[in-house]
Ligand binder design. Structure first.
Ligand code: ADP
Ligand code: TRP
Length: 335
């Protein structure tokens, strides 16, 4: 069974990305042929239009993922554009994609609703994503809830290609990531780059502490007892705290008589030690970008091997390539 997911290198990872996605990818790794993770730089190109920035973000994303525990012995890590077969499959799929299907996809629909002009890259974004998934015969795709629609599109495109030509693609299933891990930002809204309310995983400890101190809290008096569950500062604290620490903090909230400043300080201390090892690993990797590139090169080679096989299967199925005996092509046996 192959698990596959992609993450866009659109900026530095924040706590929402880590607890909502990255940590769960890491938990799913096991065998490097069965866990494929890639950095979706072609998708990021729809928003990042500065070449140095995109290249820097891509390498940073790889370093961050490795520092956070993605293990190249237990997962295949690569960069999307290092597998050009994906773009070719994208075209094959695009020829059978109804315009209406893409018009209903939220990234395009939302942009249009805001009166902005979209380009063809954004419009066809879900088809590239389908190619990303189908080209590795992926069975399970762990994603946040916002991406489930794209997996539905992938299944639709795969099924109609299989129906029009020959059984070629595995129909993948989404694995919706734990949504209870929806991380609030410093203003209490969902943490997101677009809201400028993020706390970054690898922010310098001093700067991070300063940001934590700026977390918005209410102005109720110190003595007043408070409900921990509905408080975003408490929610952030519980990401890092163990059960005993959580229970103690919850009891402190209910008793009242504490200042939010104390909670913020406790949060900063916990977060700092939580990511301390990853931070040290990151420093080491940053000093050896050649090692990171070698890991990505190795991952791409493995990914391309599988991609070439599936692309050829699709090319033969739709008649743009002939299957000679040398090609050794068979249509996929369902099951
Ligand atoms: P952003 O909103 O900052 O642009 P992305 O959309 O690039 O983040 O998110 C990448 C992954 O991280 C997605 O799988 C998404 O579900 C997850 N994620 C992002 N923000 C949060 C959050 N605040 N809480 C939980 N998961 C999140
Ligand atoms: N669109 C995804 C996101 O923004 C990233 C992505 C690209 C992806 N291709 C994928 C995720 C394939 C899973 C599978 O989060």
């Amino acid at each position: 069974m192959r698990v596959l997911s992609g993450i866009q290198p659109t900026g530095r990872f924040h706590w929402g990305n880590y607890f909502g996605a990255i940590r769960q990818y890491i938990d799913l790794q096991g065998n490097r042929d069965d866990a494929f993770y890639f950095i979706a730089n072609l998708h990021a190109l729809t928003t990042v239009r500065d070449r140095e920035q995109l290249a820097r973000n891509t390498l940073d994303a790889a370093i961050d993922l490795l520092a956070l525990g993605l293990d190249p012995q237990r997962a295949t890590l690569f960069v999307q554009s290092d597998v050009p077969e994906v773009s070719e499959l994208c075209w094959l799929l695009m020829t059978g994609t109804p315009m209406g299907l893409l018009e209903r996809c939220h990234a395009f629909k939302d942009k249009k609703a805001r009166g902005l002009t979209a380009d063809a890259g954004l419009f066809t974004y879900p088809v590239l994503m389908a190619a990303d998934i189908l080209i590795y015969d992926s069975d399970v795709v762990p994603v946040g809830e916002d991406q489930v629609q794209h997996i539905e599109v992938t299944r639709d495109l795969a099924a109609s290609f299989n129906h029009a030509f020959a059984e070629s693609f595995v129909l993948p299933k989404p694995k919706v990531l734990d949504t209870s891990a929806r991380v609030p930002g410093i203003d209490g809204e969902k943490m997101s780059k677009s809201y400028h309310n993020t706390l970054e995983v690898f922010e310098e400890p001093k700067a991070l502490r300063k940001k934590i101190m700026r977390i918005v809290t209410d102005s109720r008096p110190v003595e007043q007892p408070k409900q921990p569950e509905s408080d975003h500062l408490f929610q952030l604290y519980s990401l890092f705290a163990d059960q005993r620490q959580c229970d103690e903090m919850a009891a402190t909230y209910r008793r009242g008589g504490f200042g939010y400043g104390e909670v913020k300080k406790a949060l900063a201390d916990l977060a700092e030690s939580y990511f301390a090892e990853a931070r040290a690993r990151r420093k080491e990797l940053e000093a050896h970008p050649d090692r990171v590139r070698a890991i990505l090169g190795d991952g791409a080679a493995r990914a391309r091997k599988k991609a070439a096989e599936v692309l050829l299967r699709a090319q033969v199925a739709c008649g743009v390539k002939f299957a000679g005996p040398a090609a050794g092509v068979a249509t996929r046996v369902p099951g």
